[in-house]
Write a protein that binds this ligand. Structure first.
Ligand SMILES: Cc1ncc(C[n+]2csc(CCOP(=O)(O)OP(=O)(O)O)c2C)c(N)n1
Length: 189
């Protein structure tokens, strides 16, 4: 499965969510589907998209939050799964796109090539709703279920190590930061 196809399938639902992505390929792929003020592309803070999503979900309990993560990024911050399990905000969905690669910096293999099962780590960290979804249809179904379930959900998807042809995004980090913050405040200055 191409991550881009999975993103396209869930994009209509992402429009209704607060979305935080990791940097690099997944950010560009989401941006290319159509940028929205509720999308934040976390540049530089590798591994921390889920921590930011957790903070947003806890501080804005009425708003659904989705994190789009990568295997190598999550491996930088595995403790996030324990922290999510501990606070288990019902409005948070964490999607892990596992291409077994650090694709955005050249495609080096990540530790998921040698057996680390991130769905298993999430489960054993105490997260109850963990779904493996390795086809576009399965991702769509799992995400629809997560969006309707009033409980913390993790979706782990194996995807091909294929990224966008260009990493160019016509939005600066600060522009994204201020627009996103304004969106969270309901458009107020
Ligand atoms: C602390 C830190 N270390 C390294 C980097 C460089 N870096 C940016 S993206 C990336 C790989 C991300 O891999 P993954 O999360 O698996 O996503 P993919 O690129 O495969 O979609 C790396 C190493 C960084 N931005 N910050």
């Amino acid at each position: 499965m191409l991550r881009e196809d999975a993103l396209r399938a869930i994009y209509p639902r992402l429009k209704e969510q607060i979305v935080v992505t990791i940097m690099g390929a997944v950010a560009v792929e989401l941006y290319n589907l159509g940028h929205r003020p509720n999308f934040f592309y976390l540049e530089h803070g590798m591994g921390l998209a889920s921590s930011m999503g957790l903070g947003l979900a806890l501080s804005l309990p009425e708003r659904p939050v989705t994190v789009l993560d990568g295997d190598a990024s999550l491996l930088m911050n595995l403790g996030t799964l324990s922290t999510m399990a501990r606070y288990r905000p019902p409005n948070l969905t964490h999607i892990i796109f596992d291409n077994e690669s650090l694709l955005s910096v050249g495609g080096f293999p990540s530790a998921t090539t040698t057996g680390t099962d991130l769905a298993g780590v999430a489960r054993e960290s105490g997260i109850r709703h963990v779904t493996r979804a390795d086809t576009v249809e399965a991702v769509e179904e799992a995400y629809a279920a997560a969006a309707e379930r009033p409980a913390l959900s993790v979706i782990h998807s194996k995807v091909e190590a294929v990224g966008p042809p260009s990493f160019a995004m016509d939005i600066g980090l600060l522009e994204n930061r201020f627009e996103f913050a304004r969106h969270l405040r309901g458009g107020q200055p």
